[in-house]
Design a protein around this ligand. Structure first.
Ligand code: NAD
Length: 491
């Protein structure tokens, strides 16, 4: 039996309810909205539509759960529960990957190998990290000793995007729980299924009722804004678009919530002539089109040194044409469907704009032939645009890249930095000194040399400029999810 039939026989889409105080519940007015499969355009199920009333209940449960027993568990006990959540995710890896592929349109294989595997690892990583953490202590001559203690922040609101739903939600939830907080989570309206299953997994692993709560719904004037405006929510961690970050900052201002932001990017992929082009092409295919280009870290602005511009383009276009676009559950599919009709229209409008701006579409720019249903867009490579073209400057967040030639190091650094984003950058070169020199001048939070998407969860992750506020990973996550108090004892 083919993988597709095997998986789809076992896993069916689920209807999604809120999870409040340890129980699945409907909305008070029983309101729901359709969950659409982007690969088929069919309605897969119903999602409870939450708003202020459901958020009020969820926040009250989370606030009450702060009293205990979660915060009073020993490090060993709390770490054990986090580890168990990771184990249970792995036990259900195929089911979760199938639900993620149905919700997002991404290839099942990617959901299996990246999204869900990493979601489990997020819990395993913070389970271990928790057991080895210390705090600061200073002796001030013979006068005093100072030491710091970490305490939970309180109720944390988590607003999540649709592109890597469970991976990014657990990237927040695992350290939030490790630090002893309670949570009210809102998954993106397009991708509610894996978060719904996660609630059950957390309960099974031993997370007490009220510690994690989940409210489904939309952003503005809905569950999203109800979380960000709620006076009893102490902090908001948000991953999504820069303009949404700005709206959340306004909503959170009256109650001065602590904020952590992972926002948009328009990341440069800089290819110097001395790099190994086969390696560059292999990785650039991923950094351009992985997850349909719907990864905040995708390198959608490609700059190639003039000496290898033509040869790079020939090879890159030829390899891009070989990527199989289509059914997320076919084993050899590399590019699935984009998230929604709205997003499909938006990405296509950028391709149209590129044509109007005088760009040349070297490959893609249309739907794949023979697929009538689903929000599919062929991987698209655009050349001939200047540095001020909107397609070069604005985040398209789809399978679309622009390629521009450059002559000098100074010129490419200036162009790479000429943006209000500052999330990630890849530099390809075999010249060690140049690698350091360029990396130090690039304005981005994450800089890769001769690689892309390689992560160690201990390292700081986040964006500069309008790509984010704060860093996550290792101790940086604990710095957000805990309050530090300093205690001074006079000797
Ligand atoms: P989005 O901003 O449209 O939505 C994200 C979440 O915010 C959703 O849950 C949505 O319902 C909610 N929301 C929207 N308006 C809101 C409001 N006014 N108040 C409260 N909540 C609100 O983003 P998206 O389209 O889901 O995700 C794509 C974006 O996310 C891209 O810009 C991408 O670069 C960015 N992203 C960044 C990172 C990172 O680590 N920097 C990771 C993934 C995605």
């Amino acid at each position: 039996m083919k993988v597709k039939e095997k998986i789809l026989q076992k896993v069916q889409p689920i209807n999604c309810r809120h999870f409040i105080d340890g129980k699945y519940v409907d909305s008070i007015n029983l309101k729901t909205f359709d969950n659409i499969n982007p690969a088929t355009e069919e309605v897969m199920g119903q999602v409870a539509e939450g708003g202020k009333e459901e958020v009020d209940l969820a926040v009250a449960a989370a606030k009450n759960a702060l009293k205990g027993p979660w915060k009073d568990l020993s490090i060993r006990e709390r770490s054990g529960i986090l580890r168990r959540i990771g184990d249970l995710i792995l036990e259900r890896v195929e089911e979760l990957a199938a639900l993620e592929a149905m919700d997002t349109g991404k290839p099942y294989q990617m959901a299996l190998e990246i999204d869900i595997t990493r979601a489990a690892y997020n819990f395993h990583f913070f389970a271990d990290y928790l057991t080895s953490m210390g705090t600061e202590a200073y002796q001030q001559d013979q006068t005093a000793i100072h030491y710091s203690i970490r305490r939970p922040l309180g109720v944390v609101g988590m607003i999540n995007p649709w592109n890597l739903p469970l991976l990014l939600l657990t990237w927040k939830l695992a350290p939030c729980l490790a630090a002893g907080n309670t949570a009210v989570m809102k998954p993106a309206e397009w991708t509610p299924m894996t978060a719904t299953v996660l609630a059950e997994i957390c309960k099974e692993a031993g997370v007490p009722d009220g510690v994690i709560n989940l409210v489904h719904g939309f952003g503005p004037d809905s569950a999203g804004s109800a979380i960000t405006e709620h006076p009893d929510v102490d902090a908001v961690t948000f991953t999504g678009e820069t303009k949404t970050g700005s709206a959340i900052m306004k909503a959170a201002a009256p109650t001065l919530k602590k904020l952590s932001y992972e926002l948009g990017g328009k990341n440069p992929n800089i290819i110097f002539a001395d790099s190994d082009l086969d390696e560059v092409i292999e990785t650039t295919l991923k950094s351009s089109f992985m997850n349909q280009g719907e990864v905040c870290l995708c390198g959608s602005r490609i700059y190639v040194e003039c000496a290898v511009y033509e040869v790079f383009l020939d090879k890159f276009v030829a390899e891009t044409k070989k990527l199989k676009v289509g059914d997320p559950f076919e084993e050899d599919t590399k590019v699935g469907a984009v998230i929604s009709k709205e997003h499909y229209t938006r990405v296509n409008s950028y391709i149209e704009l590129a044509r109007e701006e005088g760009g040349d579409i070297l490959t893609g720019g249309t739907r794949p032939e023979g697929i009538d249903k689903g929000f599919y867009i062929l991987p698209t490579i655009i050349t001939g645009l200047g540095p001020h073209a909107r397609c070069v400057r604005e985040e398209i967040f789809g399978p679309v890249v622009t390629v521009l030639p450059f002559d000098t190091e100074e010129e490419v650094i200036e162009q790479a930095n000429d943006t209000h984003y500052g999330l990630g950058t890849t530099i390809w070169t075999n010249d060690l000194r140049r690698a350091h020199r360029v990396a130090h001048q690039i304005e981005a939070g994450i800089i890769w040399v001769n690689t892309w998407y390689l992560r160690d969860l201990r390292t700081p992750f986040g964006g500069m400029k309008q790509s984010g506020i704060g860093r996550e990973g290792g101790i940086h996550s604990f710095d957000f999810y805990s309050e530090l108090s300093n205690i001074t004892i006079k000797l």
